[in-house]
Design a protein around this ligand. Structure first.
Ligand code: ADP
Ligand code: ASP
Ligand code: MG
Length: 452
């Protein structure tokens, strides 16, 4: 069996969904478990509506709901014949009614918990899968809509819940293989799970990739397919480098480095469950299903024209400089700094240190004031927002001194101010920090040097 995940852009409209219906139909012999995101933009809209509800702005909530409802009913109407459309539209209407009641309750309480938000956003994936499964059935595939809350068991860290692998394995193995053995094609929601008690959770934004990866690992799938709107993983983000090219093959390490350092095409956690089981991950274009996309696997089998594989960036980063007041010896200083970030559950992306100080980057700014206050116990701390982390990735960087120096030469030619450089943390990536306004020029210059 395989797991086929379709992202939000691949199911954003009736036309986009129709392409995915064809893809699933043609792949039926490979026994897919189909995992879907919400239609593009819907999760953002739902998060927005929950917040507006908390402010008590009922008319705006009503207007937003109306537009969402129209959008989903229009997609369903286009894809389904009337006799099928009618019951599906009634079920969609009913779920909008439940959501509406819930948003009104939020407005009354003027409080939005993570738990309530997860329940609100879960409707997005519910709608997309309801329509998709019905349309698949209409096209002759025995599609079976399966609620992911009965499959993906998570802890209760709402909005960023962590899948519980053993418990999810039991649920998945009980329900999915029998459906497939009977010739069925299960269709389920990405991103959405539930606690053991059945309370709805979500596993972090962009998490449908991760759901699909967990499902593929626990079901020991032969392949995980991530269907998106570009020709696989490209040499750079095509929105800033229009000439970015397809990468036919990558290692698990390269793909996880890229995902971690910002390439939106893959959720960072996706690779891990697949690596552990050695399941190849294929990133494919639902607009061009014949394009081979990118395959991510343990080892490389094809010749590679360039030492570098890809360039990623993350914006919205802050650079933090901490200078020791020397009342502590260096190891105590370093462990104090790490302890501060541990206590505040804030992830450090990159870090360099010297005897007298540490410079690092973080993405999460919520605990800024508490973090700075705690750091100032051992020295002076300055928080510089508006930075970006750029990472160049390629297995070849391990050996190629020439390629590494070419990266720095290119940065020098661009004249960009580099505030931190890190190499050696992973061997296959060089990471550096620049100002956000320099992203496009820097990424384009590196791309031109290495790929064009
Ligand atoms: P989906 O809706 O399928 O989950 P995403 O928007 O999450 O799609 O991810 C696909 C997008 O990622 C692409 O449209 C592209 O703009 C962006 N992207 C950023 N970096 C890369 C890269 N290196 N290769 C491919 N796409 C990238
Ligand atoms: N719909 C969710 C989001 O937008 C999950 C996903 O698309 O992967 O974050
Ligand atoms: Mg995505």
């Amino acid at each position: 069996m395989i797991v086929s995940k379709f992202g939000g852009t691949s199911v954003e409209s009736a036309e986009a969904m129709a392409r995915c219906l064809n893809i699933v139909g043609q792949n039926a012999a490979r026994q897919p478990l189909v995992v879907l995101s919400a239609c593009a933009g819907v999760t953002n809209t739902l998060v927005g509506l929950a917040r507006i509800a908390r402010e008590g702005e009922i008319p705006q909530v009503e207007e937003g709901l109306l537009r969402l409802r129209e959008r989903h009913l229009a997609i369903a109407r286009e894809l389904l014949r009337t006799p099928v459309y009618e019951p599906i539209s009634r079920s969609i209407e009913a779920s909008f009614q439940s959501l509406r009641t819930f948003l009104h309750a939020i407005a009354v309480m003027q409080e939005l918990t993570g738990r309530a938000q997860d329940y609100v956003v879960s409707f997005g994936e519910h709608w997309s899968t309801t329509i998709f499964a019905a349309a698949l059935r209409e096209r002759g595939t025995n599609a079976l809509l399966t609620d992911s809350r009965a499959l993906l068991v998570t802890d209760n860290r709402f909005t960023a819940a962590v899948p519980l692998m053993e418990k999810s394995r039991e649920r998945l193995r009980e329900s999915i293989p029998p459906l497939i053995a009977d010739g069925g094609v299960p269709v389920t929601q990405g991103f959405i799970g539930a606690t053991e008690e059945g309370v709805t959770t979500t596993i972090g934004r962009g998490g449908s990739d991760f759901s699909a990866a967990v499902f593929s690992a626990l079901l020991e799938a032969e392949e995980l397919q991530i269907w998106t709107d570009v020709d696989g993983i490209l040499t750079a983000d095509p929105s800033i480098v229009p000439t970015a090219m397809n990468i036919p093959e990558m290692t698990f390490d390269e793909a996880s480095e890229l995902a971690y350092f910002g390439a939106r095409v893959l959720h960072p956690n996706t690779i891990l469950p697949a690596v552990e089981r050695n399941i190849p991950v294929r990133v494919l274009n639902s607009r061009r299903p014949d394009h081979p996309g990118t395959v991510i696997r343990r080892t490389i089998t094809l010749h590679r024209p360039s030492v570098l594989q890809s360039i990623a960036y993350k914006e919205g980063v802050s650079l933090l400089t901490i200078r020791s007041n020397r009342t502590m010896i260096a190891p105590a200083f370093i462990s104090h700094v790490f302890a501060v970030f541990g206590t505040h559950h804030t992830v450090i992306d990159t870090i360099v240190s010297s005897e007298t100080g540490i410079t690092l980057t973080v993405r999460d700014h919520e605990r800024k004031d508490d973090i700075v206050a705690a750091l100032e116990k051992v020295g002076s701390a300055a928080w510089h927002p508006g930075r970006a982390v750029v990472t160049v990735v390629g297995e070849g960087l391990k050996e190629s001194v020439a390629a590494r120096s070419q990266v720095f030469a290119t940065l020098a030619e661009t004249g960009v101010n580099v505030e931190l450089v890190s190499f050696g943390g992973s061997e296959i990536g060089i990471t550096f920090v620049i100002g956000e306004s320099d992203i496009a020029a820097t990424v384009r210059a590196l791309h031109q040097k290495f790929f064009e």
